[in-house]
Design a protein around this ligand. Sequence first.
Ligand SMILES: CC(C)(COP(=O)(O)OP(=O)(O)OC[C@H]1O[C@@H](n2cnc3c(N)ncnc32)[C@H](O)[C@@H]1OP(=O)(O)O)[C@@H](O)C(=O)NCCC(=O)NCCS
Length: 168
Amino acid sequence: MEHLAAKSPSDSEVVMTQLILPSDANNLNSAFGGKVMEWIDICGAIAAQRHCRQVVVTASMDDLHFHAPIRVGWIAQLRARVLATFRTSMEVGVTVHAENPLTGERSLTTSALMTFVALNQEGGRVQVPALKLETEEERAAAQEAEERRAQRIARQKQAQTWLRVMPG
Ligand SMILES: CC(C)(COP(=O)(O)OP(=O)(O)OC[C@H]1O[C@@H](n2cnc3c(N)ncnc32)[C@H](O)[C@@H]1OP(=O)(O)O)[C@@H](O)C(=O)NCCC(=O)NCCS
């Protein structure tokens, strides 16, 4: 099946560049976190779609960390890479670096791990291609993703008691 031929993470990598405008800012004159999350979701979804060439939905966002603010007028460069594939889901890592447009100085500001699920035209889940892991680092990243998935599945089996204090 041609559409299930394994692909390497570089085949679907996405680099997305945004200028931080005043309309993207919080009241501290840096990028609003919700806007950065939107870009992360879009960048990650494009990588997942490129990998499986199917429509994808976001199942979860984990380990979202805002390490540093991005100032208005600076450039945000997002990068998304598929880290691991499972049956119908893919874990995608997304980073955001801030770039000072005047000096070119860059630093990591945000990182997140996302899981996307591939859907067919009828909304049913579809199998995704395997990931062709070519470097030691890629193999280690995929192994970590396997462990995170096992932990998530184990956690989902536990009682989510916090939901009981959240009336609908
Ligand atoms: C994501 C969704 C399709 C999963 O549906 P489901 O009925 O729970 O599906 P299943 O239990 O059959 O799991 C399907 C896959 O999703 C994965 N998955 C389900 N919930 C997940 C979660 N919270 N985090 C990570 N992966 C998840 C499963 O591990 C499974 O992966 P696999 O096939 O690779 O083993 C469904 O919950 C959904 O449609 N959610 C809403 C998505 C959405 O609207 N996103 C925002 C807009 S894009």
